[in-house]
Design a binder for this molecule. Sequence first.
Ligand code: SF4
Length: 83
Amino acid sequence: MAKYELKFDKNACQSNFVCTAIDPDHFATADDGKAELIDADEEDGIQVVEIGEDEKSTAKQAADGCPMMAIELIDESGETLAP
Ligand code: SF4
């Protein structure tokens, strides 16, 4: 099964929560008032989770919907699928 990487840059987040509305399985509101990627590994404000084919469509909508382009969907080859 194909795996994808969902990547979120907390530093770019402007807390308008398009992402949590579109993809609540992956995005929630963090204690600092910004979004957070649920169950992600984090380094320097960059959060990353691996997702499967069944989660790709909704994650892509979240990445395309973020006005700050803080969310990126990447395929196994490293190609950016969204935004
Ligand atoms: S849509 Fe983008 S800018 Fe808005 S809360 Fe989500 S990650 Fe942050």
